[in-house]
Design a protein around this ligand. Structure first.
Ligand SMILES: *[C@@H]1O[C@H](CO)[C@@H](O)[C@H](O)[C@H]1NC(C)=O
Ligand SMILES: *[C@@H]1O[C@H](CO)[C@@H](O)[C@H](O)[C@H]1NC(C)=O
Ligand SMILES: *[C@@H]1O[C@H](CO)[C@@H](O)[C@H](O)[C@H]1NC(C)=O
Ligand SMILES: *[C@@H]1O[C@H](CO)[C@@H](O)[C@H](O)[C@H]1NC(C)=O
Ligand SMILES: *[C@@H]1O[C@H](CO)[C@@H](O)[C@H](O)[C@H]1NC(C)=O
Ligand SMILES: *[C@@H]1O[C@H](CO)[C@@H](O)[C@H](O)[C@H]1NC(C)=O
Ligand SMILES: *[C@@H]1O[C@H](CO)[C@@H](O)[C@H](O)[C@H]1NC(C)=O
Length: 332
C-alpha cells in the first residue's frame, strides 16, 4: 500500500519524466494536437503520417512547418489520400497556424464551427474532398489570402457574410459545390485584391453586377454553369487572362467594354442566349481560345480574327448543340 508521501513522490517523478521527455511548454500541447489529428483520421490513411510519433519533434513531422519559436505554422497535407473526419476543434488550438492545406483528399463529415478559431489563417484549402453539410461562418478569419473550397462537398447556404472583411483575399474558389441558389454575393465586390474568382457551377443566379468592374486586380473570372441572366455588364472590361461565362442564361449583345480586355487569352460565352454581331471581339488580339457557339449571334466574323497570332481554338457557329457533330472549329 502506498501512503500519501509516496504518492507525492510518484507524481513528482512522473512530472519530471514528462518534463525531460518533452520540452515543457506550448509545444507538448502542439504535439498532442497533432497526435489527435493523426488518431482521428481513419487508420486506412497512408503512411505520410508515420513520422508523427509521440517521441518526435513536431517540426520534423511530414507536412508540418514551424516558425522561429518552434510553433506549428503550416499543415500542408494536400493530395495524400487522407480519409476521415477533420478534428478542427483540436487543430484550431494551434495558436500560430497560418496555413491549413488538405485539398485533394477523401475527408468527409461536416466542417466544424471551430474553424473560426483558426484566426491567424492566411491560406485555407479544403477543396476537392467529400465533406457534407453547410460551411461554418468564418468571419474571424480576416487575414485570409487564399480560400479554396471548390468541389469540397459543402452544400446548403454559404456564409457569404463572413467574407466581407477579408480585405486581403486574393484567391477565392467556391465553385462545383451544390450550394443554395443565390444572387451574386455583394460581399465579394468589396474584396478589391481578388485576382482569382472561381464561382462556376455553384448556383449563382440573377445578373452579373456592374461593380464586378471594381475588382481591378481580377485576372481569372469563372462564372460558367450557373443561372446568370441579363446582359454582360460593360464594366467587365478589366480582366487579363480568362473569362468563362458558358452555360448560363445571358442575353443581349457582347458589351462595348469587352474591347478593353486586350490581354484576355481565354473567352468562352458559349451556350447562352446572346445576340447581335461579334465585332467587339476584334480588339481581343491576345486570344488563345474563343468559344461563342450556341448563341443567337448574327453578322460577319470579323476578318481581324485571321490575324490573331495565338488563336488556336475558335468555335462560333450559332444554334449548334453540344451533341451535334456539326460544331465547326477553325484551327490554325
Ligand atoms: C472556439 O471558439 C468557440 C466560440 O466560437 C469557443 O466556445 C471555443 O472554446 C473555442 N475553442 C478553442 C479551442 O479555443
Ligand atoms: C480548386 O481547388 C484546388 C485546391 O483544392 C486548387 O488547386 C484549384 O486551383 C482550384 N480550382 C479553381 C478553378 O479555382
Ligand atoms: C492585410 O495585409 C496587410 C499587409 O500585409 C496587413 O498590414 C493588414 O493587417 C492585413 N489586413 C488584414 C485584415 O489582415
Ligand atoms: C466587418 O467589420 C465591420 C466593421 O468593423 C463590423 O461591423 C462587421 O460586423 C464585420 N463583419 C463581420 C462578418 O464580422
Ligand atoms: C458541378 O458541381 C457538382 C457538385 O455540386 C459536380 O458533381 C459536377 O461534376 C460539377 N459539374 C461540372 C461540369 O464540373
Ligand atoms: C475602356 O478603357 C478606357 C480607358 O481605360 C475607358 O476610358 C473606357 O471607358 C473603357 N471603355 C468601356 C466601354 O468600358
Ligand atoms: C477548345 O476549347 C474547348 C472549350 O473550351 C475545349 O473543350 C476544347 O478541348 C479545346 N480544343 C483544343 C484543341 O484546345
Amino acid at each position: 500500500m502506498l501512503n500519501a508521501c509516496s504518492y507525492r513522490q510518484f507524481f513528482l517523478s512522473l512530472c519530471l519524466l514528462f518534463c525531460f521527455s518533452f520540452p515543457c511548454s506550448v509545444k507538448s500541447d502542439e504535439l498532442q494536437v497533432l497526435l489527435t489529428l493523426k488518431s482521428t483520421l481513419d487508420k486506412s490513411s497512408p503512411d505520410v503520417l508515420d513520422s508523427w510519433e509521440a517521441a518526435g519533434s513536431v517540426c520534423n513531422f511530414n507536412g508540418i512547418a514551424c516558425n522561429g519559436d518552434g510553433s506549428v505554422k503550416e499543415i500542408e497535407l494536400s493530395n495524400q489520400r487522407l480519409t476521415g473526419v477533420l478534428p478542427l476543434d483540436s487543430i484550431c488550438q494551434l495558436q500560430s497556424l497560418d496555413k491549413l492545406s488538405f485539398g485533394y483528399n477523401l475527408l468527409y463529415g461536416a466542417i466544424m464551427d471551430d474553424l473560426n478559431n483558426c484566426s491567424k489563417l492566411q491560406y485555407l484549402d479544403l477543396g476537392n474532398n467529400l465533406f457534407s453539410g453547410s460551411f461554418p461562418a468564418i468571419s474571424l478569419l480576416s487575414e485570409l489570402r487564399y480560400l479554396h473550397l471548390n468541389r469540397s462537398g459543402i452544400s446548403v447556404a454559404f456564409p457569404w457574410n463572413s467574407l466581407e472583411n477579408m480585405t486581403n483575399l486574393t484567391v477565392l474558389s467556391l465553385g462545383d459545390n451544390p450550394l443554395d441558389r443565390t444572387p451574386f454575393p455583394s460581399e465579394i465586390l468589396k474584396l478589391k485584391k481578388l485576382n482569382w474568382l472561381y464561382l462556376a457551377n455553384c448556383s449563382i443566379e440573377g445578373k452579373i453586377p456592374p461593380a464586378i468592374g471594381d475588382l481591378t486586380e481580377l485576372i481569372n473570372l469563372e462564372l460558367q454553369l450557373n443561372y446568370l441572366s441579363g446582359e454582360i455588364p460593360s464594366e467587365i472590361g478589366n480582366l487579363h487572362k480568362l473569362l468563362e461565362l458558358y452555360k448560363n442564361e445571358l442575353t443581349g449583345k457582347l458589351p462595348a467594354g469587352l474591347r478593353n480586355l486586350t490581354s484576355l487569352e481565354y473567352f468562352d460565352a458559349s451556350s447562352n442566349n446572346l445576340e447581335g454581331d461579334i465585332s467587339e471581339v476584334k480588339y481581343l488580339t491576345n486570344l488563345v481560345s474563343l468559344q461563342l457557339f450556341e448563341n443567337q449571334f448574327n453578322g460577319q466574323v470579323p476578318p481581324e480574327l485571321g490575324e490573331f497570332k495565338k488563336l488556336g481554338n475558335l468555335s462560333l457557329i450559332p444554334h449548334v448543340h453540344w451533341s451535334s457533330s456539326a460544331k465547326v472549329r477553325l484551327l490554325g
